[in-house]
Ligand binder design. Structure first.
Ligand SMILES: [Zn+2]
Length: 303
């Protein structure tokens, strides 16, 4: 299997840990909210950081609308997030409202990119169809890791990798990416410093395409960041483990890896993540209550 091939690993280590010597590519950052609700203070703080980092480097900021989930995405929330971030003072040079050379900037219009990636993963022997039911998963999975979105999968359907080639299209089953058990994934976060995760321990085989024919977040983010030539990803520290997963996908797809800057999560006085108190702290609500953009941003640093 390719993961245990020493040469592939040395190459990987070379690319993942090499110090860039070529002149740095112009900075390209992004803000990438999902229109599944109103943006809250936690988003505001992370996106503000992304904006500031792009400004400081005289770079480009891309606005990407992650409206993939047809059930949960709403046009009214897509409108609201553009408006709320503009109100906050964030400006972007490319996005659904202003266009740009990497359009479209709505994930719902980028299916071809994701399909091509799925095909490449299938052809490369990196993914397999998983036919486990929700019930199977609930009983087989180890307890979900704290703060993690996805319980660790047992690997039960790994043998189905032989069936992958029979699928012309991804729909109908969950597609999982086979992680190289025991492999360490390391990266230097530009804010939090060295990070280390172990595949198969910190996370298991991840879904990259859902049974209901919606490509999964982990896949689409990697594909879009590469296609849009993003050089630095700024996001919340709750996604550190997802970054480790995504680095494996990036390698399997042969894509360049962006740098990462994971922001501290905003917490209230009691230490609870503000993201969990959605309604009370939506930008919309704060605005209606008469908060100024500056007062909202002050909550980011005082938290
Ligand atoms: Zn399965």
């Amino acid at each position: 299997m390719r993961w245990t091939d020493g040469r592939a690993r040395r190459l990987y280590n070379h690319f993942m840990h090499a110090t860039p010597t070529a002149p740095a590519a112009p900075y390209r950052g992004r803000v990438a909210p999902s229109p599944t609700g109103l943006l809250h203070i936690g988003h505001a703080c992370t996106f503000w950081t992304a904006y500031q980092r792009a400004l400081a480097q005289d770079g480009t900021l891309v606005f990407r609308n992650e409206d993939l989930d047809p059930q949960r995405s709403k046009a009214k929330f897509a409108e609201a997030m553009l408006e709320d971030l503009r109100w906050l003072g964030i400006r972007w040079q490319e996005g659904p409202d202003v266009g740009g050379m990497f359009a479209p900037y709505e994930q719902s219009r980028r299916r071809e990119f994701y399909l091509a990636a799925w095909r490449s993963l299938r052809n490369g022997g990196f993914v397999y169809p998983c036919t486990c039911s929700r019930k199977d998963l609930a009983t087989a999975a180890a307890a979900p890791n704290e703060g993690d979105d996805e319980p660790r999968y047992s690997g039960r359907c790994r043998t189905r990798i032989r069936e992958a080639a029979q699928h012309e299209t991804p729909e109908g089953v969950n597609w999982r990416f086979l992680v190289p058990d025991g492999e360490e994934i390391q990266f230097d976060d530009r804010h939090l410093g060295p990070e280390r995760f172990v595949a198969g321990e910190d996370f298991g085989d991840l879904v990259i395409w859902r049974r209901d024919d919606v490509p999964a977040y982990q896949l689409t983010v990697v594909v879009d960041d590469a296609a849009m030539q993003i050089t630095e990803v700024v996001r919340g520290a709750d996604l550190l483990k997802s970054t480790a997963r995504q680095l494996l996908l990036i390698r399997a797809l042969g894509l360049p890896s962006p740098a990462y800057y994971h922001c501290d999560l905003v917490r209230d006085e009691a230490g609870e993540r503000l993201a969990k108190r959605h309604d009370a702290l939506s930008l919309r609500r704060l605005r209606e209550q008469g908060y100024s953009p500056q007062q909202v941003l002050n909550m980011c640093t005082s938290g």
